[in-house]
Design a protein around this ligand. Structure first.
Ligand code: RFL
Ligand code: PHB
Length: 391
């Protein structure tokens, strides 16, 4: 088999890259370790920046998103028993974010790819990358017991944090930067109307962080901070709802409609960047190269930003015979990534309770929240990062 760009991973990064390349007339094949159903069953992101929405529209997959996505003009922070709401368009020259689940984005991209007749190999086993520093890098994998090889011009590693792509780069060629947080999030998805249908609520309380989000007017997504050592079995539905309510202002807590969870999981919080994002003809994008804690709602948006830059670079290579975009990709993407890493780390630090923080750190956090609520400049900084920074 032969293709121009071989893509590892059919998460949002790989599928969106595939759609953007197809639109530019560049042949591409996706190789995914899991089944399509499994990929769709992972409940993750829910908030899209305008630039992500624009990238999806430009890739030709914006139709359902424009119909069913729910624009959020506000962002709410709760602390010290009060709910504070920030007007996003007012502070950002009209920008908003959109509530639309990663599952829906993935489904739209899968349907679009199927209709376009582009190849995706699901359930590919033992995926390995070869000859990455030559002009003909190769992907090998086993499917239904048979070995296959794809010869490519380029390989895009979009296979997430635990994928094979980053691991195929010699360790000494990479610099890794990371920070692990001493807590996780328990997340619950439930078919109940959201308590806050027009703004995500980020809550800081003496017992820890909480978050109120949604997937639709009848499906809610909630999270609470938990010790990193907790297991899902430690969190019955009843305990989850009690803890969530106890961490929100009374008026919000009383308005929460509870119901049986349809999904429950625990996610660790981590910041991570691997540099550079290129090794020979292999280019990393999305969670394969970086992780942000979910507090800023940035992971999927950053993946979309990477692949938009990468698609542009490949288009320039094929259409204009220029390697400028390809050669500049890593530095350009990392400049954006570090600004988003900074924001996600900052919002995580602002809104969580740190088990090891002593009185001084706690008072500084309270002072920062006080400053934020009383300074238009500080709110503007939060709002412009939340709606998304330009590339
Ligand atoms: P993904 O989604 O992990 O997809 C990678 C794909 O690669 C496949 N794969 C392989 N394929 C072939 N060979 C191998 N050896 C392979 N190894 C792995 C995997 O099966 C998978 O299908 O990475 P991608 O595409 O870079 O997308 C990144 C996003 O999924 C991630 O950043 C976001 O979900 C993060 N995130 C959020 N991002 C936002 O922008 N807004 C949010 O509101 C938001 N909320 C969240 C989040 C992540 C969360 N968790 C679970 C960490 C909330 C949570 C709780
Ligand atoms: C979500 O809807 O799952 C969500 C929203 C905002 C975040 C993280 C997750 O910061």
């Amino acid at each position: 088999m032969r293709t121009q760009v071989g893509i590892i991973g059919a998460g949002p990064a790989g599928l969106l890259l595939g759609a953007l390349l197809s639109k530019a007339g560049i042949d591409n094949t996706i190789v995914e370790r899991q089944s399509g159903e499994y990929v769709l069953s992972r409940i993750r992101a829910g908030i899209l920046e305008q630039t992500t929405v624009d990238a999806l529209i430009s890739a030709g997959v914006g139709e359902r998103l424009l119909k069913e996505g729910i624009p959020h003009e506000h962002l709410s922070l709760s602390f010290a028993g009060q709910l504070h709401t920030i007007d996003l368009p007012k502070l950002t020259g009209g920008k908003t974010v959109t509530a639309y689940g990663q599952t829906e984005v993935t489904k739209d991209l899968m349907d679009h790819r199927l209709a376009a007749g582009r190849q995706t190999v699901y359930e590919a086993k033992d995926v390995s990358l070869h000859d990455l520093t030559t002009a003909k890098p190769r992907i090998r994998f086993t499917k239904d017991g048979t070995e296959h090889e794809i010869e490519c011009d380029f390989i895009a590693g979009c296979d997430g944090f635990h994928g094979v792509s980053r691991q195929s780069i010699p360790k000494e060629k990479l610099q890794e930067f990371s920070r692990e947080y001493p807590f996780g999030w328990v997340g619950v998805l439930a078919d109940v109307p959201p308590v806050s249908p027009h703004a995500v609520i980020y809550g800081n309380s003496p017992d820890g962080f909480s978050l109120c989000s949604m997937r639709s007017m009848t499906r809610s997504r909630y999270y609470v901070q938990c010790p990193i050592t907790d297991k899902v079995e430690d969190w019955s539905d009843a305990r989850f709802w009690d803890v969530l309510r106890s961490r929100l202002p009374a008026e919000t807590a009383n308005a929460i409609i509870t119901g049986p969870s349809i999904e429950k999981s625990i996610a660790p919080l981590r910041s991570y960047v691997s540099e550079p994002m290129r090794w020979g003809q292999l280019f990393l994008a999305g969670d394969a190269a970086h992780i942000v804690p979910p507090t800023g709602a940035k992971g999927l948006n950053l993946a979309a930003s990477d692949v938009s830059m990468l698609a542009q670079a490949f288009a320039q290579h094929y259409a204009e015979k220029s390697n400028e975009g390809i050669d500049g990709y890593s530095a350009r993407a990392l400049r954006k990534i570090w600004r988003v890493e900074r924001f996600s780390w900052w919002l995580t630090s602002l809104m969580h309770r740190f088990p090891d923080t002593e009185g001084f750190g706690q008072r500084v956090q309270e002072a920062e929240l006080d400053y934020l609520m009383n300074s238009v400049a500080a709110q503007t900084t939060l709002a412009e990062n939340y709606v998304g920074l330009a590339g």
